[in-house]
Design a protein around this ligand. Structure first.
Ligand SMILES: [Zn+2]
Length: 459
């Protein structure tokens, strides 16, 4: 027998450890792992000597082609594969009508799934969706069984913004979500605290960028996380906290997790591990997102809690906006979100492994294995034979400064500009080489919708 591709000579990084061995790809799957002499002949041999062979990153928090992002599935997929990400999870929105909405009329969650699947026709990476509930309408409860049937096994709720939900409605949603074993995904900020400070800053004409992070304090994040976790635990519903940014919020999650380990999971984003609020003085509003960048001590706290297991996942919260869209003053007229998809793996590698001395399996757990397991994608985030051949060849020693000129996203800046990071040399999605030495070589449309299972969280 022959296989399609052998990758030889590299260090294979698994969640549990590192193997100096080779890996065989056949069709869409990993055929075998072992020494080259034990593996079948291949049509193509990739020499990965001196390089790392990683499972492709699984980014479970990205925003594409909606009010949070001008990136299409095509532009964002290119950014993803150039950066070593092979699976993404975007949001299917229940349409609402409002100031920041792009919708003219309300529609259902399932229509939101249809809408995003249609937009994803040209995806190069595999993708899935979280259902995002934006309105307090109990009709949504009737949609949950079909949502699960369609492989959308998580729902997202916000405690802030115009589509934020009251605690009363969230509490009700959680009972229904628990009945269907859905994972409840939360953006947590106490909106009244953020709104009152914002109004005060408007009166005081504090519109310069450095005031923005002060308008959404860490206690607002911690308070809302505490409330949401309490409601989820009372409903016996699994809780996933997105974009944890602060020591205070991480401590809240940690405290609840001691009693409810199998019911709580959490995420931070690359930017919250490497950047702090001093960046607003350097680059203006480019890094404006909610919750905001915090302090250097909060960066340290993200690593402490990633290390002890309070925080399982590192994602990006990728939003595709241009420099012009971001540099709007005063800050309260501005746009939330920053692009990070193309830089997440190289930047997190540089910070976690090169700077802070974490081992490579830690990187693979946080970027690939954990997000895949937390969200019910057993074929993803691993280099086990029989799973999807989503593989990245990464050279940590071939460093160069991040240059936004190289962005595949329609977003023309990077908050990591100038940072020296290693290079993603090859990216395979389900066995197909889609990015090679900084060039896109895969066909648009190669990406497929991942129907997610109900995950098991016992470990
Ligand atoms: Zn987000």
């Amino acid at each position: 027998m022959t296989v399609d591709t052998l990758i030889t000579g590299g260090q294979l990084v698994q969640p549990e450890g590192i193997l100096e061995t080779s890996i065989a790809i056949d069709g869409e799957e990993i055929a075998a792992v072992g020494s080259e002499s034990d593996l079948p002949e291949a049509d193509e041999v990739v020499d990965a000597s001196g390089k790392l062979v990683l499972p492709g990153a699984v980014d479970v928090h990205v925003h594409l082609d909606d009010h949070f992002s001008n990136d299409t599935y095509e532009t964002a997929s290119k950014a993803a594969v150039l950066g070593g990400t092979t699976t993404i999870v975007d949001f299917a929105w229940q349409a609402w009508v409002g100031d920041v909405s792009l919708f003219d009329e309300e529609s259902t969650l399932l229509e939101g799934v249809d809408r995003k699947q249609a937009k994803a026709e040209n995806a190069l990476v595999d993708y899935s969706l979280h259902g995002a509930i934006t309105r307090e309408d109990s009709a949504v409860f009737e949609e949950l069984p079909e949502l699960v049937d369609r492989g959308v096994t998580s729902i997202k709720m916000f405690t802030a913004y115009e589509f934020g939900l009251s605690n009363g409605f969230i509490n009700e949603v959680l009972q229904h979500a628990a009945d269907h074993d859905l994972v409840a995904v939360f953006h947590t900020e106490d909106s009244s605290i953020c709104e009152v400070i914002t109004e005060q800053f408007k009166r005081e004409d504090k519109g310069d960028p450095e005031y923005y992070p002060k308008s959404r304090p860490d206690l607002a994040e911690a308070m809302a996380a505490d409330s949401a976790i309490r409601m989820a635990m009372a409903a016996d519903c699994r809780y996933y906290g997105i974009h944890t940014t602060s020591r205070k919020a991480a401590e809240v999650i940690d405290a609840h997790r001691r009693d409810n380990h199998d019911m709580i999971r959490a995420e931070t984003c690359t930017q919250y591990t490497v950047a702090d609020d001093s960046l607003f003085e350097d680059v203006g509003l480019l890094p404006m997102a909610a919750p905001p960048l915090r302090k250097p001590d909060d960066n340290d706290a993200m690593f402490e809690h990633l290390d002890r297991g309070t925080i399982d996942v590192v994602s990006t919260d990728h939003c595709g906006f241009t420099r012009d869209q971001k540099q709007v003053y005063p800050w309260w007229e501005g746009t939330f979100g920053m692009n990070s998809l193309q830089r997440s793996l190289p930047v997190f590698h540089d910070e976690a492994v090169a700077e802070r001395g974490f081992r490579l399996p830690f990187l693979v757990r946080k970027l690939a294995a954990n997000p895949a397991r937390v969200f019910g994608m057993p074929e993803k985030g691993t280099l086990e034979p029989g799973t999807h051949a989503d593989i990245v060849v990464f050279d940590p020693d071939d460093t160069s400064p991040i240059d936004p000129e190289d962005n595949a996203s329609m977003s023309d800046f990077s908050v990591y500009e100038g940072r020296e990071v290693g290079s993603v040399e090859k990216t395979f999605v389900r066995g197909e080489l889609v990015a090679d030495d900084g060039e896109i070589v895969g066909p648009p449309g190669h990406g497929e919708f991942v129907e997610r299972e109900i995950p098991t969280w016992r470990n």
